[in-house]
Design a protein around this ligand. Structure first.
Ligand code: AMP
Length: 189
């Protein structure tokens, strides 16, 4: 079996990482694992996970780590992950990043590409306000951006210190961003 290809997509809310992760996952025929999507689905399905997560998400806070760690382990070790995956929205804090390091070591995998989609703050608010998701009210957006700065931005430093981070300018037309991502991994556009 060929070696899986694995990605971690980092970037603030509104950076377009979900859109880009989906495009690249389709292109490479690998899994797109979005913890935000998994949680939104759990809320829609009224599962115990959804019930526990909802109030945090509505407020723009991170859900507690313990709601996600087993879930990530289960997703990454599932047979359908054998071709590869893109993690979108995880890790969201340094504790999750170090959990992921340990998990990947245990399953003898490494993240091949850790990509930070960089977008300036003023563009983010504009984009999020026009998106219209349930957790995209102005107050929640502002809280999500603060939570990002406080808890998620340190994950960028964490990977930078490991010398593994690649930054892509996300403040461009989506197609230009996709093009850069494909060039980075040498997939012919
Ligand atoms: P997203 O779709 O990635 O913007 O995530 C939407 C919301 O889901 C976030 O604001 C958090 O409340 C929650 N969430 C998603 N991923 C995580 C994670 N890795 N850790 C904690 N909360 C998360």
């Amino acid at each position: 079996m060929t070696k899986p290809i694995t990605f971690i997509f980092l970037g603030p809310p509104g950076s377009g990482k979900g859109t880009q992760a989906q495009i690249l996952a389709d292109e490479l025929d690998i899994l797109h694992i979005s913890t935000g999507e998994i949680l939104r689905q759990a809320i829609a399905d009224r599962t115990p996970l959804g019930e526990k997560a909802q109030s945090y998400m509505d407020r723009g806070e991170l859900v507690p780590d313990e709601l996600l760690l087993d879930l990530i382990q289960e997703r990454l070790t599932h047979p359908d992950a054998s071709k590869g995956w893109i993690l979108d929205g995880f890790p969201r804090n340094v504790a999750q990043a170090s959990f992921l390091d340990r998990l990947l070591e245990k399953i003898e995998l490494a993240a091949d590409h850790i990509i930070n989609l960089a977008v300036p703050a003023e563009t983010l608010v504009e984009r999020l306000l026009s998106r219209g998701r349930k957790d995209d009210s102005e107050d929640t957006i502002r809280r999500r951006l603060v939570v990002y700065e406080e808890q998620t931005a340190p994950v960028i430093d964490y990977y930078q210190q490991q010398g593994k981070l690649a930054t892509v300018d996300g403040d461009r037309h989506p197609e230009a961003v996709t093009q850069s991502l494909k060039e980075m991994i040498s997939v012919r556009p």
